[in-house]
Design a protein around this ligand. Structure first.
Ligand code: ATP
Ligand SMILES: Nc1nc2c(ncn2[C@@H]2O[C@H](COP(=O)(O)O)[C@@H](O)[C@H]2O)c(=O)[nH]1
Length: 206
């Protein structure tokens, strides 16, 4: 019997495009996905909860995790560190469960190096004007932070060709449906490969 590992899905895209909103709506429909909670050095926003939205750490604590190799990927994004704790992802995949990362683009490209078999999805805004409106209307960022995030967004959007899928977040439900279809299709692909492999093993044992 061949044990199947889980699939690693990476949802990435510029700040404010709607990754968190789409991920939460997706998780209401698909309860088989496991969300990997990131670590960050940024300040907690009102309403955010330790261990739910992020693990909030000091710069020193974060750098210690980097030095101990405890992060699967990390990036410095607009003056703060963000990273994915390695242990949770590796153990959950080993248990055969799918893991879902929601991270920015530099980090996604690092994951690509270590997990080329991951499924990389770029969430794209309908336009840069709409992206700007979404970040501003969310009301979490200073004017300076909005500018920094939009500057980063232009570089990030240029890298969308490095992804397996591009989903435009025009309407939340549309984006969720498309990501659900990607998840289902990736499962079909892996099952087909596993069944071909099983047949090959049976033939070679004859
Ligand atoms: N399809 C959509 N149409 C209109 N507004 C949207 C849509 N998707 C998300 N939003 C809104 O855009 C804002 C930014 O969304 P969200 O916080 O989910 O983005 P994000 O990509 O996770 O941002 P960050 O990377 O900074 O965490 C929120 O106010 C959210 O309600
Ligand atoms: N490389 C990583 N990026 C991450 C991670 N967790 C979140 N993020 C991304 O950072 C920006 C800013 O987030 P915000 O919460 O301050 O708005 C955004 O694009 C997130 O998706 C991570 O573990 N690694």
């Amino acid at each position: 019997m061949i044990e199947q590992k889980g699939i690693l899905f990476i949802l990435s895209g510029p700040s404010g495009v709607g990754k968190g909103t789409v991920r939460k709506a997706l998780f209401e429909k698909d309860t088989s996905l496991q969300y990997s909670i990131s670590m960050t050095t940024r300040d907690k926003r009102p309403g955010e909860v330790e261990g739910v939205d992020y693990f909030y750490r000091t710069k020193e604590e974060f750098e210690e995790m980097i030095n101990k190799g405890q992060l699967l990927e990390y990036a410095k994004y607009v003056n703060n560190y963000y990273g994915t704790p390695r242990q949770y992802v590796e153990e959950t995949l080993e248990q055969g469960k799918d893991v879902f990362l929601e991270i920015e683009v530099q980090g996604a490209l690092q994951v690509r190096e270590n997990f080329p078999e991951g499924v990389f999805i770029f969430l794209c805004p309908p336009s840069l004007d709409e992206l700007k409106n979404r970040i501003i209307n969310r009301g979490t960022e200073t004017e300076q932070s909005v500018m920094n995030r939009l500057r980063a967004a232009k570089d990030e959007i240029e890298l969308m060709d490095a992804y397996d899928y591009v989903v435009v977040n025009d309407y939340i439900d549309n984006a969720v449906d498309k990501i659900q279809a990607i998840v289902a299709s990736e499962h079909c692909k892996r099952e087909r490969v596993a069944s071909e492999y099983k047949k090959l093993l049976e033939v070679t044992q004859l």
